[in-house]
Design a protein around this ligand. Structure first.
Ligand code: B12
Length: 342
């Protein structure tokens, strides 16, 4: 039902936007002349997330987005009042342009406004792990732009630390913490980018250790969906499959659906793994999976999808996304190996 509401909302998107901009101008909510584009951009963004949440009947997705947005703005000293106002005008706009969907949309706004999501989750700077801890050292080097981050990882690998440990106990928590520090305006986007590049470099160097496992005869392809740029997670998942004996191909981000289908068509993969971090890409993910399922070549192929939105709403797996419900690489490997009798 809310899937139809999402389609209707998309259809009248430009009218709601017009209503919104007019109201903002009339009520002089922001310096409209100066910030028209910003205003338009923001509201398009909000509408996109609202539509994604409606499409999947998942108000939690909109609530999660709202909480994230509030944190982001508050830490940049942008007061919360105009944001609240924006949501109100948006609701008013939907009611005016398409009154028949207004009650269907309401639960999303209600969910977003309850749980105190209009209050930042925490106003404290997250505490870095202790300085003498491996993760603590690594993260300090990375934030400081210090090349010792790479050295540290290789020294520990030499001492016997596993790639699994490096990925899951250093890289993943460090990246999540770095993301939070960027969100609350403690570190810059450039520092965040540097952290990613450090990991990408190390991961490439590790290929010599990863691509040596005995093969089990199964092939896996992995992608990020659409314009999703968060590649590291699915790249790590792919490496774990490779180390488990799968013959893997990591295709990364920014391929169109026809390109991805062509790739799957050309080689016979047993498994396709797809990742999305941004809630905004869930519709593309749904479309891609639907297209794969329509192809003859997919009859014997298994599909797994995961990433951040699946952790926000655990029910997403049941909404036609995936053959195997696995939120992490280990579970995905265990379940697919069982499925293929490995
Ligand atoms: C690095 C980073 C980037 C890099 C990505 C570079 C790259 N090559 O990957 C760049 C700079 C491109 C980027 C851009 C953006 N980012 Co960013 N980014 C991050 C950051 C800091 C780290 C991501 C990462 O490397 N994670 C490490 C991996 C190992 O963890 P993971 O992704 O969770 O993956 C694990 C699991 O989820 C799981 N998994 C994932 N996929 C799959 C699939 C399958 C099948 C399975 C089984 C498991 C699985 O397994 C993985 C391993 O355990 C995160 C912070 C965070 N909390 O994630 C923000 C973050 C994700 N980004 C964010 C934002 C907002 C953006 C931008 C919109 C910023 C902007 N203003 O432009 C853009 C959007 C780009 C886009 N269109 O996708 C927000 C998202 C907030 C939200 N709730 O929507 C975050 C959370 C930062 C924050 N705290 O605000 N980002």
């Amino acid at each position: 039902m809310t899937h139809e509401i999402s389609l209707m909302l998309d259809h009248v998107h430009s009218h709601i936007l017009e209503f919104y901009l007019q109201k903002v101008k009339d009520k002089n909510i922001c310096d409209f002349k100066k910030s028209r584009d910003l205003c338009e951009g923001d509201i398009k963004y909000i509408l996109e997330y609202l539509s994604q949440a409606l499409n999947l009947e998942s108000p939690q997705l909109f609530e999660d987005f709202t909480a994230w947005l509030i944190d982001l703005l508050v830490y940049r000293n942008i007061p919360m009042h105009p944001i609240l106002k924006r949501y109100q005008i948006l609701q008013e706009g939907i009611k005016t342009v398409l009154p028949e969907i207004s009650s269907g949309v309401a639960p999303c706004f209600e969910e977003a406004l309850k749980h105190g999501s209009f209050v930042p989750k925490s106003t404290e700077t997250p505490i870095l792990p202790p300085e003498d801890d491996l993760l603590g050292k690594y993260i300090r080097f990375v934030i400081g732009g210090n090349r010792k981050a790479r050295e540290l990882v290789f020294k520990e690998l030499k001492k016997g630390l596993t790639i699994f440990h490096v990925y899951m106990k250093i890289f993943e928590p460090a990246q999540h913490l770095i993301g939070r520090l960027w969100q609350i305006n403690v570190i810059s986007a450039a520092q965040e980018h540097y952290a990613t590049v450090v990991i990408e470099t190390i991961m490439s160097e590790l290929y010599l250790k990863i691509f040596i496992s005995e093969k089990n005869g199964l092939k896996m392809a992995s992608f990020c969906i659409g314009t999703e740029l968060h590649e590291l997670g699915i790249r790590m998942v792919t490496d774990f499959f490779e180390m488990e004996g799968w013959d893997t191909s990591f295709f990364g981000a920014h391929l169109t659906i026809p390109d991805m289908l062509k790739t799957l068509h050309e080689e016979s993969f047993d498994l396709v793994a797809i990742s999305t971090t941004m809630i905004a890409h869930l519709k593309s993910l749904q479309m891609f999976i639907q297209k794969i399922r329509e192809q003859d070549f997919s009859k014997s192929m298994k599909i797994i999808a995961s990433g951040y939105p699946f952790l926000v709403d655990n029910d997403l797996w049941e909404k036609g996304y995936t053959d195997i419900k696995a939120q992490n690489a280990q579970k995905a490997i265990r379940l697919t190996n069982t499925w293929f009798n490995v």
